[in-house]
Design a protein around this ligand. Structure first.
Ligand code: CA
Length: 376
């Protein structure tokens, strides 16, 4: 496929071409190998309103999916507005261009230009990728943003994804998630044995070592499986999204959680395409993705606080896991980390960075936020 065909849509009227009358290739701006200092790019205007650059971005969500889907739609609108229409990000909901979980490979190969999804979906390719989403008992949303942006996390992530010709950005955060919906109350670790639960990712591996039988189900099948007793429990996200799934009708025990304390979503570009974008367009994407990332965690908070009030009116029992369950979870996490680190150097290296940051972060968070939340 000729990348130019979709990088630039043909608004190249004769006037447009005349305006582009420099001897540089007129559809892409800068060859950074010739301009090793990025700042040099600011000496030139590299974009032209008469030729639109189009980026095809596929998501793992249905069209207009609340918060995650609408967040990335707003991002695309912001980019178009800020760029004066010279950069358009066309959003393709799941299964329109490629299946929901095929976006990583499709972007890596250049079939699509970008995607919005979650790094833990790719742990089958490399278990280290799960860590870029977060981990059980790990960082809060605020802490993982801090590790990513100021603690070396983003560098590790980009280094890993570069091997797949991908260039990731933070694409939002679910904020703290709930532990899930259970048909029966959990009174001790014994009640978890053999329990069939929909729970993916590292959380699923931890629950598996606690005696739970983790089951993977497409979103559309979770409710009926729960209703028919095919599964005994499911985690999803938090009140704002869970209430729409209706789980409370068939599994009314709603537990606080520790398996996804602040899951990172990703906004990832084909690295080759990224390197060809105009300097200004790259900057606009950086700024707009930063807004997307900040707003999503905040929007989850805003919608969760309202949805929790709704759930309380619906006979939902809010609960916390007994201590033996939580202690078993902590012990299981140590085993999962030990095994994955032994199998995969990338996992070991990323985990090492997380662990050293988390020790310091916990100390500060305990001294400040934990104290405050306890006394408020
Ligand atoms: Ca979840």
């Amino acid at each position: 496929m000729n990348r130019r065909d979709f990088l630039t849509t043909a608004t190249l009227t004769s006037a447009g071409i005349a305006l582009n009358g420099c001897n540089e290739s007129h559809h892409v701006a800068i060859d950074y190998s010739k301009h090793p200092k990025k700042h040099d790019a600011t000496k030139h205007i590299n974009i032209n309103k008469n030729k639109k650059t189009v980026i095809r971005l596929a998501t793992s969500w249905p069209a207009h999916f609340p918060i995650m889907g609408t967040g990335v739609e707003k991002f695309a609108q912001r980019v178009e507005d800020i760029s004066g229409g010279s950069l358009q990000i066309k959003i393709y909901p799941k299964n329109v261009l490629v299946p929901a979980l095929a976006v990583f490979d499709a972007c890596s190969s250049g079939q699509i230009d970008a995607f919005h999804s979650g790094p833990y979906y790719w742990k089958g390719k490399n278990s280290a990728f799960a860590l870029f989403s977060g981990m059980p008992f790990g960082f809060t949303a605020e802490e993982i943003n801090s590790w990513m942006l100021f603690g070396g996390g983003m560098d590790l992530w980009r280094e890993q994804y570069a091997k797949y010709n991908l260039h990731p950005f933070l694409g939002g955060n679910t904020n703290i998630q709930m532990g899930g919906w259970f048909r029966k109350p959990i009174r001790s670790l014994a009640d978890m044995q053999g329990l069939k639960m929909r729970i993916p990712g590292l959380g699923g591996e931890v629950f598996s070592r606690m005696g739970v039988n983790p089951i993977l189900l497409p979103a559309g099948e979770i409710y009926t499986s729960l209703e028919r007793g095919v599964i005994d429990a499911t985690e999803w996200v938090g009140p704002a999204l869970d209430i729409k799934m209706g789980f409370y009708k068939v599994a009314p025990y709603y537990y606080s959680g520790w398996h996804e304390p602040g899951s990172v979503l990703e906004l990832t570009f084909n690295k080759h395409l990224w390197s060809k974008l105009a300097f200004e367009h790259q900057s606009m994407i950086e700024v707009a993705s930063s807004e997307l990332n900040a707003n999503m965690a905040t929007e989850f908070h805003a919608k969760n606080i309202l949805a929790l009030q709704e759930l309380k009116k619906l006979n939902v029992t809010l609960a916390q896991f007994p201590n033996d369950v939580t202690e078993a979870g902590k012990k299981a996490l140590i085993e999962v980390v030990r095994d994955l680190s032994a199998k995969n150097n990338d996992f070991a290296n990323v985990y090492k960075s997380i662990a050293s940051y988390l020790i310091l972060s916990k100390e500060w968070s305990d001294v400040s936020l934990k104290y405050f939340l306890n006394i408020r």
